[in-house]
Design a protein around this ligand. Structure first.
Ligand SMILES: Nc1ncnc2c1ncn2[C@@H]1O[C@H](COP(=O)(O)OP(=O)(O)OP(=O)(O)O)[C@@H](O)[C@H]1O
Ligand SMILES: [Mg+2]
Length: 242
């Protein structure tokens, strides 16, 4: 299988804080890569580098074989990157439907008529069509997370980056979220998915990368990573510090 994303020796420091220390990994076509690790491991910073919000001090990122390390956020978006934010960023004073259209027209560069059709299809897929006319600010947590995904899908991405889309959800809601993620994968989209709920990662991913203190602890098949001594130790270590 071809690589969609190839990350090599990525590093970033904020002052004297070396947050990522030469991390490397790959995401294959149509693969879901789960990213786990204790608080402060560098997961969100890594996502922000992948989308172009932050610039790495070292290392490279290739997307479908092309070096995108120095491309802007907008260029990456037009090439096929989509993302959700750890704290949902929908426009609360706009309706659910309008929020997704904005993603299609401004994020995906689609004409409005196409954007409207696309938005409708997406709302059907993520289970928000009945709430299309609701203001985003009135949605429950799971529906806000659904809408985050909907906005990210609107620009027709090839690669989606999820930051805790299942965080704070009940078990039943997590199951619904897993079903949505599976549908997205079935459309041929690759996903990098940060999550703290380890059971969700075990059920919902093809491969897991564990980060701790800015380094890759392990990357491999979900069960092998979850059952490994190294990964248990990095979580235990984090608990002891708390
Ligand atoms: N813009 C920034 N400027 C300076 N330091 C930052 C910045 N963003 C993140 N950091 C630091 O980088 C480290 C990693 O943060 P990050 O948000 O990536 O952790 P995380 O793995 O996503 O944690 P969590 O699981 O709590 O979301 C932290 O020490 C944080 O304080
Ligand atoms: Mg984070």
């Amino acid at each position: 299988m071809a690589n969609v994303l190839t990350v090599e020796n990525l590093s970033i420091s904020f002052g004297s804080n070396d947050v990522l220390k030469s991390i490397s990994f790959e995401v294959e076509s149509n693969e879901i890569l789960g990213v786990i690790g204790p608080n402060g491991a560098g997961k969100t910073v890594m996502l922000n580098i992948l989308t172009g919000i932050l610039k790495p001090s070292k290392g490279s990122i290739r997307f479908q074989g092309e070096d995108i390390t120095h491309k802007t956020i907008t260029e990456r978006c037009h090439m096929g990157f989509g993302r959700t934010f750890q704290v949902p960023r929908s426009f609360e004073g706009m309706t659910v439907f309008e929020n997704v259209i904005v993603g299609a027209v401004y994020g995906g560069g689609m004409p409005e008529s196409k954007g409207r059709r696309k938005a409708f299809e997406i709302l059907e897929m993520i289970g928000l069509v009945d709430k299309a006319e609701w203001f985003a600010g009135k949605l429950s947590l799971i529906d806000r997370k659904r809408l985050e995904i909907g906005r990210a899908l609107a620009s027709d991405p090839k690669l989606l980056l999820f930051d805790e889309v299942a965080g704070g959800l009940t078990e039943t809601e997590v199951e619904k979220m897993l079903a949505i993620v599976r549908m997205i994968k079935n459309q041929g989209i690759s996903i990098v998915w940060i999550e703290h709920v380890l059971q969700t990662m075990l059920e919902g991913t093809d491969k897991i990368l564990c980060l701790a203190e800015g380094k890759v602890v392990l990357c491999g098949l979900p069960e092998a990573v979850m059952n490994s001594k190294e990964v248990s130790e990095c979580y235990l270590g984090a608990d002891e510090e708390c």
